[in-house]
Ligand binder design. Sequence first.
Ligand code: DGY
Length: 356
Amino acid sequence: EVWNPNGKYRVISTKSMPGTRWINLLIQNDCRLEICTEKKTILSVEDIIALIGAKCDGVIGQLTEDWGEELFSALSRAGGKAFSNMAVGYNNVNVDAANKYGVAVGNTPGVLTETTAELAASLSLAAARRIVEADEFMRAGLYDGWLPHLFVGNLLKGQTVGVIGAGRIGSAYARMMVEGFKMNLIYFDLYQSTRLEKFVTGMFLPSPISYGAFLKASGETPVTWKRASSMDEVLQEADIISLHPVLDKTTYHLVNKERLAKMKKEAILINCSRGPVIDEAALVEHLKENPLFRVGLDVFEDEPYMKPGLADLKNAIVVPHIASASKWTREGMATLAALNVLGKIKGYPVWFDANR
Ligand code: DGY
């Protein structure tokens, strides 16, 4: 699909993206936009090299693509100076290779924070109240009357939510669970970020003492919060643990067999970050051995596949990497990705987390 065929700058989007703002932005700024309409979901390096062709100023790509040496050298040979992932995560991008070939990299943070946190919260609730299992039960025609034991789950209020990775999304999730469900909070950040502390102390807990006093005055049990000194502390204390780190070599298999064994037998584990943060084979074994342990997974180690056995487990909720999938957010991501590429072409700043 070609827009503004006579545009000066050739920009490629490897996928069609939601909304029209991003398209208008590019074509109104003298870009010839080519949107790849190839049916297969994941494009190979060869597919993308063919798309780039002999002249290309910038590419908007997807997290399913492997942006390494080969693609950046092809883009640079074609005169390209800009690449933006339509994602906040950029573990599919070899930033050193991009630098080597003089290609600026962009990502799309911010616009997906609340949407992603909302999915983590949704999975937390769905797992705690066994919503998917109960839905399957109804559809299978198995409901034959109210029973005291039927799909009994966990009450969140007063339980402890643990957040690992207290950046933008982890902080927004923590706020939702604490404010919305009156959960106690424990969190750990690998980079010792103070972002969540600022959220906690600045936004919804003016200070732990005054917030506690407020809750007491309103007849509520005060919520407690603490920054853990180790990840294990979170694993041991939390009833629900949500993972929000970036994926890099320090967070690969962050949750492994040993760490799973440290969690409560009835804990709930949520992952809306990247699949390889969890050793998925170890998780499948853990879920089999601990039927009261539950997970809500949006991401998988070898997407689009799941490790054998996972799909058969009643204590796992699995969804296909949709954490950022709200209309507003996806349109925002597309717009930000287009702005990044256009920015580099026109000499404006490009948004990229790693540069900030
Ligand atoms: C991201 O942006 O990194 C998500 O995984 C997709 O929105």
